[in-house]
Write a protein that binds this ligand. Sequence first.
Ligand SMILES: C[S@@+](CC[C@H](N)C(=O)[O-])C[C@H]1O[C@@H](n2cnc3c(N)ncnc32)[C@H](O)[C@@H]1O
Length: 449
Amino acid sequence: MNKNGITSLAAEKARDNSVWVHDLSWDGRGVARREDGRVLMIYGALPGDSVHARVLNEPKKGPVDATIGTMIQESPQRVPHPCPHYAQGCPASQLGAVRREFSLEWKHNHLVETLRRIGGLEGVFVEPVIPSPKQWRYRERLEFQIKQGMNGLDMGYMGQSGLVSILDCRLGSVTIREPFAKLRENLSILEPHQHLGSRVPLRLLLRDDGRGKAIAVLYVMTKGPVDSRPLEDWLKTGGFGGWEIRRVRNQKLRFVSSELVITSGNPTVQIRIAGRDLILTATSFSQVNRKAANVMVDLMLEQINPDGRLLDLYGGYGRFGLAYADRGGEALVVDSAPDALESGRAYVRNTGLLVKYQENDLGRDDLSGIDASSFDAAIIDPPHAGADGAVVDLLNGRGPERLIYVSCHPAALARDLKLLSGYHVDLIVPIDMFPSTSDLETLVILDRK
Ligand SMILES: C[S@@+](CC[C@H](N)C(=O)[O-])C[C@H]1O[C@@H](n2cnc3c(N)ncnc32)[C@H](O)[C@@H]1O
């Protein structure tokens, strides 16, 4: 036995890194425990696989970063992945490689465990995951990176060892497929472009415009002026309903801050709500899986009295508030995105629905003007990081009787449920908004204590 208490046989096995994968992390890596107790996070591995892991990075503490060296035995849950890019290291749809029932079960178990571990919610009943009507071709928005590769410019997703070149992403709606293929064919138009020397120069957002066409937003990261001509020539080959070129200082902040350089056609997204069209700007948020989002809206409507007042926080253009008002209620939608709020206001002007919009940064602004107690129910649908402290305080202090929390990040949800001490959990319904990926949407109904 060595000084760490590990037998020489165990140490040998640990070096060998032969492991059985027992779980999947939220970022989609297989989780295994080595003989010496260290946790391995293995790219491409799935629960039930036995693998010889190849270690990429072994820090002194914490999980060991690894990839599959050789597969010893595949998980019985594996099915042939329908996309050839999976075998090339594409990280976008790992759960496409397991039986669909298993992936729903896994998401359910993982949510229960996260709520217990982070939220302290013991023995709480979580409804079975509601499947998405579609497993593939459901995403109405895809985002690609464009980089200089060994053989010229390339377009795809970042994998564990660099850019995975994508010819067709099966998660994306059929509307996006053709324009994407055309842009790929014509990538050489961009070759002489001056911005391509920088580290992360271009990101391409493609969206289904809801009218049978796709639209594009090309984000160019540069401090200086954008020479847009080659970019325009390239985008013209996509046959888009409209496109925009936007300048960003930092690609990570592209959804909160970007500057329009040039626009063409009609780069907007049309969303049908209650028989009327709402028009969103190209960069405004909308749910990526429209059919599954409709399931969620119906669920929300079932849970609150139809003709009261709803406070819709992090409401965007008002997906929830508008559906509620269409049934006879009133809503106040609060969000920090002026474009989304303006789209909602325009819709309300045309329909006469009783929805008001208020622009607030819920993380920074003084929220004392929001009389939360005057509402019958509140719904919050925060971004990935979860609710801001001020929102939690507002609800705990003077929130309405019923609260609905819509989450796209189980760990942030679990943390916030613990913080929402003025409420107890009544119902938890996970929805498979992002099939074939490890992400999960969850709707939680809470009542005031
Ligand atoms: C997950 S989206 C939900 C939008 C809307 N409920 C829907 O279903 O379309 C999150 C929303 O939070 C908004 N948001 C992000 N940070 C915010 C902040 N600090 N204050 C107010 N709104 C914020 C975004 O603009 C976005 O509309």
